[in-house]
Design a protein around this ligand. Structure first.
Ligand code: SF4
Ligand SMILES: [Zn+2]
Length: 309
């Protein structure tokens, strides 16, 4: 049996992320990147990967590795790809207000950001909207609906305020396949345009997302966190199993355990068959809060009305 060596595993996982960054130009010179840092394993790996990438650029380490790092050779890195790139990193955490769960995440966001010297901005539903997710989840079909809407609203507003031009999220390969399968199941083809490691700029106030873990399987993220003794919270959100995403995740994991490589194959099929052009989306600014929206009033303001009533 081959023993998985920590240093080999780390090189491999970071090289895959770095290759994705280079191939898809996720990071460009002068970028100001806000990382959505929940304190879970995915966002914490994103924070470590982008910080490592930045440090390697500053220390000129990609040039030093050119002939010795088999991962670079395997992925055909061209050191010129990295020349003259510098970028800024800030982390943003959002406390949704989930009793007995979220605080662990916030603690790990604080300690990881501190350890890596990245500034962390802490936000919360309570401070922004005057209620927590625990207060309002029962008004919706799934807690994930208001959770996603309010979290995206806070992240976008905060990223815009600090002048960020990209938001890096911890979406991994499993998340992407789940999202895609859910869109299929709902015949929601408009959401297909959100597939991919880098989303386009469609409105000056809507900060586009990048997903550095887009092709990293969830199990590799977990292995990295455990092998490196990273301070993260591994608990599942108490609301997650009730959501369509939770059920889709269980379903895909069950199939994968019987038929390995199913997830990888689904991803390959998506990549091959779905070269979808982004639909023309005309966004307005919400007449209440000014955030970008396809309606007159944004979803966050619409939900606030439902909750306050
Ligand atoms: S599982 Fe749903 S409710 Fe829990 S943090 Fe994620 S989106 Fe929010
Ligand atoms: Zn609004």
């Amino acid at each position: 049996m081959t023993v998985l060596q920590k240093s080999d595993f780390n090189k491999k996982i970071f090289a895959r992320i770095e290759k994705l960054i280079v191939d898809y130009k996720l990071i460009e010179n002068g970028d100001n990147i806000a990382i959505a840092l929940s304190g879970g394993k995915d966002s914490v790996l994103t924070l470590h990967a982008l910080t490592n990438f930045k440090n390697k650029l500053q220390n000129n380490e990609f040039s030093n590795e050119s002939n010795s790092n088999s991962y670079n050779n395997k992925y055909n890195f061209d050191n010129n790809d990295f020349k003259d790139i510098d970028f800024k990193l800030t982390a943003i955490s959002v406390d949704e207000g989930i009793e007995g769960y979220r605080q662990h995440g916030i603690d790990s966001a604080i300690s990881n950001a501190q350890e890596l010297g990245v500034k962390l901005i802490q936000k919360s539903f309570e401070e922004e909207f005057d209620f927590t997710l625990d207060d309002c989840f029962h008004l919706f079909k799934s807690a994930c609906i208001p959770c996603g809407v309010f979290r995206r609203n806070i992240l976008n507003k905060t990223a815009f305020e600090i002048g960020a031009n990209k938001i890096a999220t911890g979406h991994n390969l499993d998340d992407e396949i789940q999202s895609f399968s859910m869109s299929f199941a709902r015949a929601d083809t408009v959401k297909f345009s959100k597939f991919g490691p880098k989303l386009d700029v469609i409105h000056p106030k809507l900060i586009p997302r990048i997903k550095p873990l887009w092709n990293t399987p969830e199990k590799d993220v977990g292995t990295w966190a455990i092998m490196n003794n990273i301070n993260i919270h591994l608990d599942e959100c108490p609301y997650s199993s009730l959501s369509l995403r939770g059920k889709t995740k269980e379903f895909l994991n069950r199939i994968e355990s019987k038929y390995p490589k199913t997830k990888e194959n689904i991803m390959k099929s998506f990549e091959k068959s779905l070269k979808i052009e982004n639909p023309e989306v005309k966004l307005n600014e919400c007449e209440r809060c000014g955030e970008p929206t396809s309606s007159v009033v944004c979803k966050a303001c619409e939900f606030v009305d439902i909750i306050k009533k």
